[in-house]
Design a protein around this ligand. Structure first.
Ligand SMILES: [Zn+2]
Length: 108
């Protein structure tokens, strides 16, 4: 992913609007790229931080952004786990179907 692409995804990321593939590329890029991480920090501050301060809440930018990135990664892992589980279940169903067919042919 290029910096231009990553920058375009920042608002989508903050709205939690990225699919697995984009989210994974985005997190990977932002971790490795100080420029995009800074841009993300700024946009995060504008979007979330200002709102918090308006509401009179305290706001720790660094901690909250880290928590957001951490959560995104956890969600990504959970989604990937679900996808893997469904592949696994499909494989089991296909295998059972094969065994059933084999038994049906063998026993008849
Ligand atoms: Zn970048």
């Amino acid at each position: 992913m290029t910096c231009k692409e990553a920058e375009k995804l920042i608002p989508l990321f903050l709205d939690d609007d990225l699919d697995n593939h984009d989210l994974s590329d985005f997190l990977y890029h932002v971790e490795a790229c100080p420029d995009c991480r800074e841009e993300l920090t700024i946009q995060f501050l504008v979007k979330v931080g200002m709102k918090r301060l308006e509401d009179g809440n305290t706001f720790n930018l660094r901690n909250e952004l880290d928590a957001l990135l951490h959560d995104a990664k956890k969600r990504l892992n959970a989604r990937e786990y679900l996808v893997l589980s469904s592949y696994f279940l499909q494989a089991v169903v296909i295998a059972l179907g094969g065994i059933t067919l084999f038994l049906a042919l063998f026993l008849s």
